[in-house]
Design a protein around this ligand. Sequence first.
Ligand SMILES: Cc1cc2nc3c(=O)[nH]c(=O)nc-3n(C[C@H](O)[C@H](O)[C@H](O)COP(=O)(O)OP(=O)(O)OC[C@H]3O[C@@H](n4cnc5c(N)ncnc54)[C@H](O)[C@@H]3O)c2cc1C
Length: 460
Amino acid sequence: MNKEELIDRLRSIVGKEYVLTSDMDLLLYGYDASLIRGRADVVVLPDSTDEVSRIMALAHRERIPVIARGSGTNLSGGTIPVRGGIVIHFGRMNRILEIDIPNRTVTVEPGVVTLDLQNLLLSLGFVYAPDPASQKVSTLGGNFGENSGGPHCLKYGVTTNHVLGAEVVLHDGTVIRTGGKSQDIPGYDLTGVLVGSEGTLGVAAKIILRIIRAPEAVKTMLAIYDTIEDAGNTVSAIIAEGIVPATLEMMDQVIMRAVEESVHAGYPLDAAAVLIIELDGMADGMERQAQNIMEICRRHHVREIAMAKDNAERMKLWTGRKGAFGAVTRLKPSYMVCDGTVPRTKLPEVLSKVIESGKKYGLLIGNVFHAGDGNLHPLILFDERNEDERRRVEKATSEILKICADAGGTISGEHGIGVEKLQEMSFVFSENDLNVLREVKKAFDPEGILNPGKVLPPAV
Ligand SMILES: Cc1cc2nc3c(=O)[nH]c(=O)nc-3n(C[C@H](O)[C@H](O)[C@H](O)COP(=O)(O)OP(=O)(O)OC[C@H]3O[C@@H](n4cnc5c(N)ncnc54)[C@H](O)[C@@H]3O)c2cc1C
């Protein structure tokens, strides 16, 4: 089938205006938040599971790659059409289909923006816990594809812990349902396999999510440190005391400077690091827990610790943290996020190795991350138009991920593998491990049309 015929067939499925083919559109859909670029043959915006199924069946018959896309905010090249093909953009499938309060679930289409769901639920006294910093833009389908995390995932778990089931379109257009609202579904946990599979095993057309009651009370603290080591040691000490705050986020001086220029969140510019520590839950006993945390911070030489006085002050602290990735573009036009995870006790040691790596390659690195999870996000700041600098960034990124893996950690906490970390998969998986993953891929997608070139490095 030639391209014109393909476009005609897609138009007959979704309608003429929902098939994009202009140079400008294909250029735009060749981007995501990574540094990788590609070009789709065509972009299509379905409106229902049935339309997705017909698109997939067509792609399967013609052996054309299919790339699922939410908002394209992933940081690992997950939505880049590296081998061309059909990009399925879920922008029209953005309906919240059901809010089932008695069963504590919601059913959504994949194009729902994460924060839209969260705001609606909050107005009803409920919460969908995973809160990626990109939640204003990211979609629940993208969160499903990446198994996204966020500050509150320390206490509540990442996306996979909140996905109860899904309606999934397979490589040939077959529609299956995995999991569901009831507990203890028998058989293999296909929902678990699909969440985080980056659109390489199937495409979610509906997702059932767990919701929980909004916490009765919240307390947010800002702890200011003169050394990164003290901040890092505080993180392990808090968890070691048996306290699991809702969030334990760390930011270093490079990031605070960028954030202050951008949103004036009130971070101290002369400090080496700050922790944003948030408690949530029952009001009863929370003050005592906050006092315990303050005491632990003091034992680890905190310079100052302050509690947000009201919601406005709390939101200011969070606006700064959640806007950090955007703010760093004031310092350099491009950034690369190394999303490694380490056992939290290794944070101080690994952070100092990250700083050394930056020095070795002559690169500016800022750190803003989910410290409680040991999920580092060294942001390497650079100018991607500078070829030499870009090469140094690639080397430093790989080196930092190796440092994380060698410290007993892994190469992705939440941003996925995509195309950017294919080489680094061998830091944490043996060839035997990878072969099992390849068999899983083959079982779901024998022809290899679902988001090809992602997640799995070619067999050696
Ligand atoms: C400023 C910034 C801050 C960020 N902060 C965080 C953070 O705190 N935590 C975090 O985890 N991530 C974060 N991210 C990364 C990113 O936002 C998340 O990975 C998010 O889940 C991607 O959502 P999206 O809608 O943009 O998905 P896309 O980028 O469009 O897609 C992501 C992946 O999911 C697949 N996919 C999309 N839709 C479907 C579907 N319906 N079925 C199956 N697969 C699908 C895609 O093929 C792709 O592999 C951040 C990114 C930016 C730019």
